[in-house]
Design a protein around this ligand. Structure first.
Ligand code: PAF
Length: 282
């Protein structure tokens, strides 16, 4: 595996792969890799000749009161894990190279509508930061295929919309959420949880499963169901940010006839913001 931090070096490698007609898969990450990331890489390897993984903690997608400084940075360990999986290139650029004219002056990519709702309403500017960095990385790696986790369901929809809107020449794949044995969705932020919080955290997913079950059984009073679920989570010690039942394709509030749904959730456990979702096909 080659560890590359300079953009021109990556571009040169890209040129060589293109000459050999290689299929290039790309997995963008912010590092601190867990099995969820590694499953994205495994999926990427199944589809491509060359796999590039990026590690870049993107300042543009963090709000002023968020955990940019505290975000775990574990490059040597991450590099070992990726090497063991047979990744071809680990691209780990520097902030100064990615935002050469400074963050204030940075041209941005924003996907309207979908970026402003749900997580976007709680984290203003977040999806602008994600869309901008992902489009920059796409420009550098120029992959044929790119892999994202379904755990960040709204992020995946934002990126798919961006690829469609800007006619980007690549295929985006969503990969199923990887869970701990007790159901908690894997996330780098889980390590912020203390033992008591960690023991309670899987209840978020359990509550989503209960909600999914009653919808499968025919309930359609979505607002009431979501509000009840929020209240139960609050009772149990979570600080719910949102529970939303939406149409999976658009993330808009669903009609009663809609049969492809997603339940999206964000809730604080202490200072840690957990997110999760469940898709339901009726
Ligand atoms: O999901 C993430 O880790 C990040 O949002 C991403 C896609 C790597 C962009 O920084």
């Amino acid at each position: 595996m080659q560890l590359v931090s300079e953009i021109p070096v990556l571009r040169e490698l890209r040129r060589e792969w293109q000459l050999k007609s290689k299929v290039i898969a790309f997995v963008p990450t912010m590092g601190n890799l867990h099995q969820g990331h590694l499953n994205l890489v495994r999926e990427a390897k199944r589809h491509a000749d060359v796999v590039v993984v990026s590690i870049f903690v993107n300042p543009m997608q963090f709000g002023p009161d968020e955990d940019l400084d505290a975000y775990p940075r574990t490059l040597p360990k991450d590099a070992e894990l990726l090497e063991a999986l047979g990744v071809d290139v680990l691209f780990a650029p520097k902030v100064a190279d990615m935002y050469a004219r400074g963050l204030e002056q940075q041209t941005f990519v924003e996907v309207p509508g979908i970026s402003y709702m749900i997580c976007g309403a709680s984290r203003p500017g977040h999806f602008r930061g994600v869309a901008t960095i992902v489009s920059k990385l796409f420009n550098m790696v120029q992959p044929n295929l790119a892999f994202f986790g379904e755990k960040d369901f709204q992020q995946l929809q934002v990126i798919k919309a961006m690829v469609t809107d800007l006619s980007m020449n690549l295929q985006v794949f969503g990969v199923a959420t990887t869970r701990e044995t007790d159901g908690l969705a894997m996330s780098s932020r889980n390590q912020y949880l203390n033992a008591e919080q960690r023991a309670l955290a899987p209840v978020l997913y359990q509550k989503l499963q209960e909600l999914a079950d009653v919808i499968m059984q025919g309930r359609r009073d979505y607002t009431k169901l979501a509000n009840n679920c929020k209240a139960e989570l609050a009772e149990l010690g979570f600080k719910p940010d949102y529970i939303e039942i939406r149409a999976a394709a658009t993330l808009m509030p669903p009609s009663h006839e809609e049969n492809n749904l997603v339940i999206l959730a964000a809730a604080f456990m202490g200072k840690t913001r957990l997110i999760d979702n469940i898709q339901i096909k009726l």
